[in-house]
Design a protein around this ligand. Structure first.
Ligand code: F6R
Length: 249
């Protein structure tokens, strides 16, 4: 796991955009998983600007899911598919036939996770995945627990995650209690995994990552240390409690 600290959210978003564009130039039909959440929104704006200036071509990029709420169809305003569509996919020249997101509204969610995991396996795995990090140390929707999953799976959302995500819904009772999520091995085996973190509210996560020397399923983000393909782009505020000798490690 490598960590680079940037002055602020703008600088890390610019750097992340450059990395994404470079990866697409190297492999125009790469398989990429884009996350939702507040952190990547500026990155998506920069990617859209780059596309409008002719600096990147998304026409061959294959888009897959990081995660999705169970029970929400892709046109539901709170679904992750809808979020990605309005913030990025519909604003650039992604080809709809190359966008295959996990179906949150599938009749049999368990079977849908297995189908999706198999599909990714047959496609050769993820080239590039981006994700934020939860204040409760989740990665993707892999919540702290006694055991974690290898590949795409059903996840029960923690009360904390439902509470935090309630900001996008009318009320917390509307927040689904289950999600489909990329698994930990999917993340660690991705050819490149960019973790984005901005703001003081994530500082405790990075303090723990830089000072604790144990890996635990109760601390899913600690498992990021298992892969050299993980590149964390974090801002000064997120890094403010970190042990300084760990920056760059
Ligand atoms: C989103 C996802 C989550 C978020 C994390 C941080 O698809 O998988 O792990 O990345 O909860 O969210 P923000 O960016 O809102 O702080």
């Amino acid at each position: 796991m490598n960590i680079t600290v940037f002055d602020n959210h703008e600088a890390l978003s610019q750097a992340a955009a450059e990395l994404v564009i470079d990866e697409i130039k190297k492999k125009p039909d790469l398989i990429v998983c884009f996350p939702t959440g507040s952190t990547p929104i500026r990155l998506y704006e920069i990617l859209i600007e780059a596309y409008q200036k002719g600096k990147v071509d998304f026409s061959k990029v294959r888009v897959r899911s990081v995660d999705e709420y169970v029970g929400l169809s892709q046109d539901h305003p709170q679904s992750y598919a809808f979020f990605l569509s309005i913030h990025l996919l519909s604003c650039c020249n992604f080809d709809p036939k190359n966008i295959e997101l996990i179906n949150g509204a599938a009749q049999d969610p368990q079977a849908e996770c297995l189908r999706y995991a198999q599909k990714l396996k047959e496609e050769g795995g993820i080239d590039l995945i981006l994700d934020g990090i939860g204040e409760n140390v989740h990665i993707g929707f892999n919540e702290p627990a006694d055991q974690l999953y290898d590949h795409y799976h059903l996840e029960s959302l923690s009360p904390w995650t439902r509470q935090v995500n309630a900001r996008f819904f009318e009320s917390i009772v509307d927040v689904p209690d289950q999600a489909m999520s990329v698994g930990v091995l999917d993340l660690l085996e991705a050819k490149t995994f960019l973790v984005l973190s901005s703001g003081k509210k994530k500082a405790e996560v990075w303090r723990r990552l830089s000072t604790e020397n144990t890996l635990s399923t109760r601390f899913p983000a600690s498992l990021l240390k298992l892969s050299q393909n993980v590149h964390c782009l974090i801002d000064q505020e997120s890094a403010s409690l970190m042990a300084s000798d760990k920056v760059g490690k």
